[in-house]
Write a protein that binds this ligand. Structure first.
Ligand code: EPZ
Length: 422
C-alpha cells in the first residue's frame, strides 16, 4: 500500500508538460483492435492503466510492440479469441471498450464485467442497448457479458443519458457494420472526437463527433497502417492549473489544447485567477494582492464543467474566500473524499449531490486514503495546501492515471516523498 508524504505550505511554480489523455488513449487503443491492419499510436501517457490494457490485448493474441516511451505498434489481426476473461479486465473500467471492439471483429464477445473507480454504480445498459440496436443479442451471466450477432447492421440509437463509454463502444461496434448508424444525444468530450479522428485516419467514415449527433457509415475493411497521436490530457492539465490558486503559485501547463480547458478557465477567472492562454500552453497565477473568491460549480457532460475535476476543485474552494458550491450531476457518489477533507479541517456541509464549502478554514495535515484516481489527486492537493505533513495512502490508484505525478509535483517545488520509493 504505497503512500505519499506531503509537506504543505509551499508555493508551487514553474512549467509542467502535460501527457497524452488517459481516457482518449484507452478508447483509441481499443479502437485499434477493430482494424484490419497494423497502426502506431503515439503520445500515450505512461500510466499503469495503459500497461494493463496492453497486457489484456496480448492475452487475447494481439501483437503489441513497444517503440519507445508512449509509442506503441499494434496489430489486431493476430487476435485469436473473442473472450476476455482475465483478472486484468477487472482492474480498469476502460476494458469495457473490448465489448464493441471484439463484437465488431468476431460478431461475438464474452467479457468479464469491468471494474473501475468506486463512486456509485457503473451501469452498462446504454452500451448494451446500442449493441442490440445493431442486431446483437446480449446477456449477463456469472459476471460475464455475452454479446452475439449474426450480422451487425446500422441503426439509430438515442442515448437516454449522455455517456462517454456508450458513445465510444457503439462507434466501435458500428464502424464496420452494414449500413448507417446514428448516435443521438452522443457525448461530446474531446476524447470522443479523438477516437473518431483515429478511426477516420484508419479508413472509417464517422461524422459529427464533438456534436450530439454522430453519423457512422459502416466500412467492411479498415486498412489502418497509419500513425496517430492522442490528444493531451485535459484532466491532468486542469489538476496542475488548479495548483496555482491553491498554493498562491504561478504555473504554466505546456503541450495542451486551450480550447479543451475552457470549462475550467472560465471558472478560474470567475474566482479572480489570471489565466493567460498561448497556442499550446496556459499560464495560471493569482494577481498581485488578488483574492481567491468562491463560486458555484455544477458538473456536466462536456462542454460543461468536467466531473473528473470535481474533487480537485472542491479542495480549491476550501481555500477560497466565501461560500462555494459544488453540484455533482454525473456520478451518484463522488464525494467520498469529503470526510478526509473534514479530518484536515475543511468546513463542508453535504446535501445529496451538493457540497457547500465554507472557505477559509485552515487545513492541517492528516492520514487520508486515495479511494480513487481523482479523489486521490485532490487529497494530495489538500496536503500541499495544509500546514504540516499529510500521508496519502493507496497512491497506486493515483498513479493509474497521472504519469510521473510525484516527479512533476517536485519540479514545481512540492515537498513530497513516496514510500516505498518507486
Ligand atoms: C468516462 O467514464 C471516464 N472514464 C470517467 O473518467 C468520466 O468520469 C466519465 O466518462 C464522465 O466524463 C473513462 O473514459 C475510462 P459515462 P464512463 O458512461 O464512460 C451513466 C477518470 O477519472 N451511464 O459517461 O464510465 C453513468 O452512471 C474517470 O478518468 C448509464 O446510466 O462514464 C453516469 O451517471 C472516472 N448507463 C453517466 O451515465 C450506461 O450504460 C456518465 O457515465 C453508461 C453510463
Amino acid at each position: 500500500m504505497p503512500s505519499y508524504f506531503v509537506e504543505g505550505g509551499h508555493r508551487l511554480s514553474g512549467k509542467v508538460a502535460i501527457g497524452g489523455s488517459k481516457n482518449a488513449s484507452l478508447a483509441v487503443l481499443s479502437a485499434a483492435m477493430v482494424l484490419d491492419g497494423p497502426c502506431i499510436v503515439d503520445n500515450l501517457p505512461q500510466i499503469s492503466d495503459l500497461e494493463t490494457l496492453l497486457e489484456i490485448f496480448q492475452e487475447i493474441g494481439a501483437t503489441v510492440e513497444r517503440l519507445g516511451p508512449g509509442r506503441v505498434r499494434l496489430d489486431a489481426r493476430t487476435i485469436s479469441t473473442h473472450e476476455a476473461l482475465s483478472e486484468n479486465i477487472r482492474q480498469l473500467r476502460g476494458s469495457y471498450y473490448l465489448m464493441g471492439a471484439l463484437l465488431s471483429r468476431f460478431n461475438k464477445v464474452a467479457l468479464r464485467m469491468p471494474g473501475g473507480c468506486d463512486f456509485g454504480s457503473r451501469p452498462i445498459d446504454l452500451h448494451l442497448k446500442g449493441f442490440q440496436t445493431l442486431g446483437a443479442r446480449t446477456d449477463i451471466r456469472h459476471g460475464i457479458v455475452f454479446i452475439e450477432a449474426d450480422e451487425l447492421t446500422g441503426g439509430g440509437i438515442f442515448l437516454d443519458t449522455v455517456s462517454v463509454g456508450a458513445t465510444v463502444n457503439i462507434m466501435l461496434a458500428a464502424v464496420k457494420a452494414k449500413g448507417k448508424t446514428v448516435i443521438d444525444n452522443a457525448a461530446r468530450e474531446p476524447h470522443i472526437v479523438d477516437v473518431a479522428n483515429f478511426l477516420n485516419a484508419m479508413g472509417a467514415d464517422i461524422r459529427g463527433a464533438g456534436t450530439d449527433v454522430i453519423r457512422i457509415n459502416g466500412r467492411p475493411y479498415l486498412p489502418g497502417d497509419r500513425e496517430y497521436s492522442v490528444i493531451p490530457d485535459q484532466i491532468e492539465a486542469g489538476t496542475y492549473m488548479l495548483l496555482a490558486p491553491l498554493t498562491g503559485g504561478d504555473i504554466e501547463v505546456t503541450g495542451v489544447i486551450p480550447k479543451h480547458m475552457e470549462p475550467l478557465t472560465a471558472k478560474l477567472e470567475e474566482m479572480g485567477v489570471v489565466v493567460e492562454e498561448g497556442d499550446e500552453h496556459i499560464r495560471v497565477y493569482m494577481p498581485e494582492g488578488g483574492r481567491l473568491s468562491a463560486t458555484s460549480f455544477r458538473t456536466m457532460p462536456y462542454p460543461g464543467f468536467p466531473t473528473d475535476l470535481q474533487p480537485q476543485t472542491t479542495v480549491v474552494l476550501c481555500m477560497a474566500e466565501g461560500t462555494g458550491r459544488m453540484i455533482e450531476n454525473v456520478w451518484e457518489n463522488r464525494f467520498q473524499y469529503i470526510d478526509s477533507l473534514r479530518m484536515m479541517g475543511a468546513n463542508i456541509i453535504m446535501s445529496g449531490r451538493l457540497a457547500v464549502v465554507q472557505g477559509g478554514a485552515p487545513l492541517t495535515g492528516s492520514h487520508v486514503d486515495a479511494r480513487d484516481l481523482r479523489a486521490g489527486a485532490a487529497l494530495v492537493m489538500a496536503g500541499l495546501a495544509a500546514s504540516g505533513i499529510t500521508e496519502v495512502y493507496n497512491v497506486d490508484r493515483i498513479e493509474r492515471g497521472y504519469e510521473f505525478f510525484i516527479d512533476k509535483l517536485k519540479r514545481l517545488g512540492a515537498r513530497i516523498q513516496r514510500s516505498p520509493a518507486l
